[in-house]
Each structure stands twice: as structure tokens, then as C-alpha cells.
Design a protein around this ligand. Structure first.
Ligand code: FES
Length: 182
């Protein structure tokens, strides 16, 4: 609501009093103290809601991880933000245990894939080559399909263990490990 105290009303751009202003400005003056008060209040409300949502989200992840641990499942863990990687970019991360090295690749605007970085032949580290749609193992020239992790060249016979992902609210989360034997 606009205040009735004329001293609180805005000073016009030409600095003249309100009585000197065009009729439209006299009819619709801006009450700056009131406007600022509303802005601050709305901003505070917004920040409180964002904080609550963030806290609830973190709490939910902690509860889910606790339940998953009891069931012997891998934890849910944020490994990147969605805007952290350009298309074709990759990122090494550790999951689910400290010695499990993995690699995340963004293959297009909405698609991320992640696999264990250990080659299924003799455990050398594979290297993502998105431009060739593959992971490459330099030890014995093995290759794995980028989209599926399946072996496509060289000695490896088994696919790379796949890290299940969830992308939500701008975050990329690892949610489990899928090991295929063929
Ligand atoms: S260790 Fe990867 S191809 Fe042999």
C-alpha cells in the first residue's frame, strides 16, 4: 500500500516537488521506504525458504544414506554440479569407497555417464575420449563404449562397472554401482 505521507514519496528525476510533476506521476508516486521495506521482507522470506529447502534436502540425503548403508547399498553422493562440466568434459571422482576411482563424462546437454576408471582387463586407468565415443585403456589398447561401458576393442571382455547417476536441482549425484558380467 502506498503511504500517504508526502515526505516519504519519491523524489522525481528532475528534483522538482510532487506538485510540479505531471499528473500521472502525482497519481502514481512511489513510496520508496514502503517499496524497500517490501523488497527486504520478500528477500528475507525467499532466503529463509531456500535455506529450509536446502536443509531438508541434505537431511533427506543423510536419512537415505543411513537406510542404504543398513541395506548394504552404496551411498548417494554429489559428485559435481551440472554446470561444472561442458559437453565433452570429464571429471575424476572417488566412489563409493576411497580407493574406487571413477570418471564422469558429459555427453550432451542433458546426459552424463560415469564408470569405474579401472579397466576390466588388468585394472589400468581408462581415459575418456568423448570425441571417439569411447574410454581408452593405454596399457593394452583396450576400448569401451562411452554410452554403455561395453568392451569394443582389445583384450577386455567385461564392461566397465557403471555408476548410476541422478541429476537434480543442478547437481549430479552418484547413487550406486552397477556391475555387469557380460
Ligand atoms: S589393462 Fe586395460 S587393456 Fe589391459
Amino acid at each position: 500500500m502506498i503511504g500517504s505521507d508526502r515526505e516519504e514519496l519519491t523524489i522525481s528525476p528532475d528534483g522538482e516537488s510532487l506538485d510540479e510533476q505531471p499528473k500521472w506521476r502525482q497519481d502514481f508516486p512511489i513510496d520508496w521506504p514502503q517499496a524497500h521495506y517490501l523488497s527486504r521482507r520478500d528477500f528475507t522470506k525467499f532466503m529463509v525458504l531456500i535455506s529450509l529447502a536446502f536443509t531438508a534436502g541434505q537431511f533427506w540425503i543423510v536419512v537415505r544414506n543411513f537406510l542404504r548403508k543398513r541395506r548394504g547399498e552404496a551411498p548417494i553422493r554429489q559428485i559435481a554440479t551440472a554446470d561444472q562440466l561442458p559437453i565433452g568434459g570429464s571429471l575424476a571422482f572417488i566412489y563409493p569407497e576411497a580407493h574406487d576411482t571413477c570418471v564422469l563424462v558429459r555427453t550432451d546437454e542433458k546426459t552424463f555417464v560415469a564408470y569405474s576408471q579401472k579397466c576390466t582387463h588388468l585394472s589400468c586407468a581408462v581415459v575418456p575420449q568423448p570425441d571417439k565415443n569411447r574410454f581408452y585403456c593405454p596399457c593394452h589398447e583396450g576400448s569401451f563404449d562411452l554410452a554403455t561401458g561395453a568392451p569394443i576393442a582389445g583384450p577386455p571382455q567385461r564392461p566397465l562397472p557403471r555408476i548410476n547417476l541422478e541429476v537434480r536441482r543442478g547437481g549430479v549425484y552418484a547413487t550406486g554401482v552397477e556391475v555387469k558380467t557380460i
